[in-house]
Design a protein around this ligand. Structure first.
Ligand SMILES: [Zn+2]
Ligand SMILES: [Zn+2]
Length: 434
């Protein structure tokens, strides 16, 4: 027999098996689709803020429990892990996040969130799933359901993790610190999605290697010597100093870093003073800095201190009144997708969803704490994919729909759920050696 005859024969033999597998997956997804859409809308109307995902976590635990998963709750907070042991084979972790944002929804949708709640600091705030974590949970639940339906087609352990506090970056760190990889089997691979407002629903975006940036949240307090607004000569005005600082730190990225190193320094918040005619004692700034190289992050922090100290000295302040620069715990490292894993999954997605539905993406300066799962000594290969979520008619060509973290973001939920579940199941079946 020639080599080509052999290959054609093999293909003819394998074809019915792959068609059966596809049909089963397709019919399983269809069977769950209506319920998943209802689940999505229900989760959307019940957002809970970071570290406060109490009801959401209970609900996710109940979903897994009803499917026969062994469920472990309270892993470093509200995070939970479900294990579905299905014979000998690899351990594969699928992660969703659960937290919402303090944003007042303005989509006008019939299922819009109207929730007003207290945040961790006790402030009354509106809450919205403006980062699409409700969609992540829906696709995650759908994946668990379909994988259980198809349990005759794979062997191994499916490890589903629903993580608290992605937005405040404590979720992954706390779960790992609480013994995620000691209490449970160490995954051979870990997968996750994040919805994208740049990709149409029905598509999945990938990138091998760096995909999301490292993030540090930095608080700066600028001090001065306050006084009467009518007598500025008798003060050292921290409002003016803060204004100079904001302009001066714009040169960190443009003049101090290598032009080949991506980085961002953004001042997102400035607060000082109480009244028109009082020069205050201090002004507080909140910054986000973004980078792909931890050394660049450290270089930016040290430049912030150096420039702040120089300005304070030039204003005549003593060293004890130089600005205080504090890096918050919310900081998170870059997400580096394991090239071996990602390169293996792309053809799986392309053949299952169609080549046009699987799109290579450029790295972005947004952040995610999913990268933490790949940075422990266990060196778990990770891959985070973008899940297209904007209805194609609403996506300007080359542009983006209403942005994540805005009051106007909403996914095209029927198609996003369907593609999300199908893509994740395709990847899992491949990794489980189906
Ligand atoms: Zn977010
Ligand atoms: Zn998010």
């Amino acid at each position: 027999m020639s080599k080509s005859t052999f290959i054609i024969g093999l293909l003819v033999l394998l074809l019915p098996i792959s068609i059966i597998a596809q049909e089963n997956m397709g019919s399983s997804i269809e069977r769950h689709q209506d319920q998943l859409q209802d689940l999505y809308k229900q989760l959307h109307q019940a957002p809970e803020l970071s570290f406060m995902e109490f009801n959401t976590a209970k609900q996710m635990a109940a979903e897994l429990g009803s499917l026969g998963f062994e469920v472990h709750e309270g892993i470093g907070g509200n995070t939970l892990v479900g294990l579905f042991r299905n014979g000998d084979g690899p351990v594969i972790m699928v992660r969703t996040d659960m937290d919402a944002l303090p944003v007042e929804e303005k989509t006008g949708l019939p299922y819009a969130s109207r929730v007003v709640t207290s945040d961790l600091e006790g402030n009354r705030v509106a809450a919205m799933h403006a980062c699409g974590h409700d969609m992540h949970m829906t696709v995650w639940t759908g994946t668990a359901r379909v994988m259980v339906d198809l349990k005759d087609q794979w062997k191994g352990t499916l490890m589903m993790i629903a993580q608290q506090a992605e937005e405040r970056s404590g979720g992954a760190t706390n779960a790992i610190g609480a013994g995620l990889y000691q209490k449970f089997p160490v995954p051979d691979f870990a997968l996750a999605y994040h919805v994208s407002e740049k990709l149409p629903s029905g598509t999945i975006g990938y990138r091998s290697g760096p995909i999301m940036a490292g993030v540090s949240s930095v608080d700066i307090t600028v001090f001065g010597e306050g006084g009467h607004g009518a007598q500025p000569d008798q003060t050292i005005d921290p409002v003016v100093l803060a204004a100079r600082l904001i302009l001066d730190i714009q040169t960190i990225v443009s003049r101090e870093l290598s032009p080949l190193q991506p980085a961002v320094v953004t001042v997102g918040s400035i607060h000082g003073g109480t009244k028109h005619n009082i020069i205050p004692e201090e002004v507080k700034l909140q910054l986000t800095i973004r980078y792909y190289d931890e050394a660049v992050g450290a270089q930016i922090i040290s430049a912030l201190k150096r420039i702040g100290n120089g300005l304070a000295a030039s204003a005549g302040l003593p060293p004890e009144k130089y600005p205080v620069v504090k890096v918050q715990d919310e900081s998170t490292p870059p997400v580096i997708n394991s090239p071996g894993l990602t390169d293996r999954l792309v053809p799986v997605l392309s053949s299952g969803l169609g080549k046009d539905h699987v799109i290579e993406m450029q790295p972005l300066m947004v952040g995610e704490d999913f990268g933490q799962y790949g940075l422990t000594p266990e060196q778990v290969p990770i891959s985070l994919m973008w899940l297209g979520s904007i209805h194609p008619d609403k996506l300007p060509s080359g542009g983006a729909g209403p942005g994540l973290h805005t009051a106007y973001y909403y996914p095209d939920y029927p198609a996003t759920i369907r593609t999300g579940v199908e893509g994740m199941v395709l990847m899992l079946l491949d990794l489980f050696g189906n």
